[in-house]
Every structure is written in structure tokens, then in C-alpha cells.
Design a protein. Sequence first.
Lengths: 380, 97
Amino acid sequence: MPRDGSVVRLDGQGKPLWLVLELTYRCPLACPWCSNPVEFEKYDNELTTGEWKRVLREGRELGALQLGFTGGEPMLRKDLEELVGEAHRLGYYTNLITSGIGLAQARLKALKDAGLNQIQLSIQSSERTMTDALVGARAFDLKLKVARMIKAYGFPMVLNVPVFRQNIDLAADILAMAEDIGVDYLEFANIQYYNWAMVNRDELLPSREQLQRAEAVVQQARKRLQGKMIIYFVIPDYFEERPKACMNGWGSIHLTIAPDGAALPCQESRLITGLEFPTVREKSLAWLWNESPTFRKFRGAGWMKEPCASCDEKEKDFGGCRCQAMLLTGDAENTDPACAKSPHHHLIEQAVARAGDPERVHQPLIMRRASREELEVTLG
Amino acid sequence: MINEPARFAPQDRPVVNPLYLFRWEDTQQAWVLLYPEGVVKLNDSAGEILRRCDGRTVADLVSELQGEFDAEEREVETGVYKFLEASHAKGWIRRQA
């Protein structure tokens, strides 16, 4: 008979349990921590509806269970309802990850009818002026309206709050806002420093004191809201002595398809130079997952160098994040510098110190935009 | 959910929390619980209990499983109650009003 703890967590057993479709990199917002590539406009040859449907079928055949529709802003795809319907028929648990922009009532109803399981809505603070400034658009009122509509339609809802220096001190107000909306899951997502967030790292990194205060607020709220709301808050790896178990290991359970059809082990992996990213236009999903040299490159522990190779925690954190190793040390095969055992750990400590240096001259946040847009302005 | 007692009584009617999708998954040959960004794969007996959390009483659920499992009746009963309480604490099930 079952006992406490008899529940088995999935290890994937070689299956891509998590399939993430980045339907487009287009987005009406300009968030300066966006995880999309800095040159996102290079990948504008988006897959067609038919091509996405083939990805969905092949993903289910490989054993994918969880499906994320994300972007950019996935609502910009007019075929989203059709793709959700197909995913639902195939047996996925379907998650929509959205800014809320474009989620009008008619489309929300159509998504419900198509079988969408849950919606993750992002919001950046509990204050209108701050939110609108952070995302570069008048979005706050619209997001709140969309949040209430999502609950009115009976969707389970994750409110995702990207966390950084500018908004972290509002944790208590954000909690109260989430409680008022009636969200089921509140995720304080300490942003990770790649792509646009890396460009703005000095301005976005919170201080250790800010993190500790926010964590205390969250712990109190968890007691108060037990059984009503699940609250996620993870201390970012820059402030821990050990790296995150990134993606549960490279090519272990996560498969992302970029707008142009490239198969990625994680959404940031294109920043690793020297790897090729073939697309679903050229290869089957089975080949991309099982055979492609890119997915095999860091699968398991065979690729590891010291100090990872002999570390007794390597099965726990898989050496951390390959993209972060690339970005900070110039070599994706190195130990993630977030680990205190890394010979490059000082790079993390220096970044934290620089961001918190009271003498540092602050810079304005660089908003996400296409380099092409500037060109168009110049050309008049 | 928050004010419900932790222990289950024979006349309670547990149902799967509508936040979760509970179903058989062929590729895993197992019952699974799917929820926002998460998956739990259940072992056989956990699956057999949860698929009976459909509005019938705990008493009915226990007597049915006592007929199915090759174990002492008392042991089955204790196991069902323990599992229901653990599932309730995780938010997987609630009592039907």
C-alpha cells in the first residue's frame, strides 16, 4: 500500500517531458530583462501552423507531457487557438505563458473552448507607473483586467513576477494584489542574467539585503496563505554557493523549439558559440532530441572537467548552467561560475559587488528593441 | 480547503482538486497528475486510490480496494487513509461539498 513519500518524481527516462514552443519573438512590450536573444529579429522566419502541428505530433510520440506556448508574445500568433486545440487533442497539459497583451475576452473564451489548461500571466509590480515604465508600454491596467478575466473563466493561474532591484521591495504589496485577484500560484521569478537581462545586469541585480527581506515576507505569507495560494521564491544563483540544476540537466527533460524551428536544449542555448542548431524543417524531432550532436554534447556527466568531474554533487546540479559558463568564462565546458568551487567564481562575486557599489554611476535601463528599428528611424 | 480537517472520515467524499489533471499516461504506463508546470507520476496503488476519488465515500473506496488488493483488510484501510491525508496536504484532493 502507498505510504508517505511513495510518489515517484519523473526523471524523464530519456523522454523530453517538457516541450516549449517559442511561437514568435515578436512582442508589443520592451522589457529590459527579456530572455529572448538580443538579436531576436534575426529569427523572424516563423514556423507555419502546419509545421507547429507536426512538432506537436512528434513531441507526443517522444513522450512529451507538458507543453508551454510562449514567445515573445504568443497571443500575436493568430493560430494560437488552433494550435492549443491540436495540443489538447494529442493529450498535452497546455500552458500559455503571456504578458496578457492581446488576450481579449473573445480569444480567452476560444482558448478555453480549445482545451487550454492553464495561464501564466506576467506582471512586474503592484504599481501602475512603475510597471508601465518597466515594460515600456501602458500595460498595468490591462494586465489586471486580464488577470481577473482569467479567473472568471476558471483557469488555474500562475502570476509570474520577474524580480529585480527595482520591484523586489514591493513583495508584500504584490502578494496582497495576487491574493485579491485570487491567483493559485504566485511565482517570484528572480531573473536570470542572459541576453537582455545580462545587458542590464548592473542595474537589475538586487542586493543580498533586499533578497533576505523579500524572502522573509514570502515565508510569512506562505504560512498565512497555506491552502489558498502556492508561492514560489527561489534565491538566485548569484547569491548561492552552488549552481542551479539547470534544466534538470542538458537534454534530460527539456526541449525548446525556437520561432524558426531550431531545437534548443534551453531557451538561452543559442548564445553558446560553436554549437549548431538544426531546425524541425530539416530534421525530425526524434533525431533532434536523440541524435543531434548539440543535444548529446552536455548530456550526462561525460563532458565534465574538474572541479565537476570528481565532485560528489555532480548528479545533483549537473555542473550548473552551460550558457552561464559560456557567457561568463567564455567556455561552455567550464563549471558554472555560480559554484563556489569554480575557479571563476570571483566573476560572480565581482558582479554582485559592482551592482551594489554605492559609488557606481547608474545607467538607464536599455529597453528590448530590434537594432533594425533604430535603422528605420535613421532612414526616416 | 484551508479550514478542512486533516483526517478523513468514512462518510467523506474525496475528489481530485480541479486545478489538477489526473489521467492515465500510456508513454509512462502510469497514472499521472498534471498541474501548472508540473508532473507527478503515481505508483500503482496511489493511482488506484486517486481514480476512485470521484465523489464516492471513503468507506466505499476502502471496501472496493479491499476486494482488489492482495493484503490484510486492516492494512488496506490504514493505507488508504494515510494516502488520502498525504494527498490532501499536497492539495491534490479535496472533500466534495
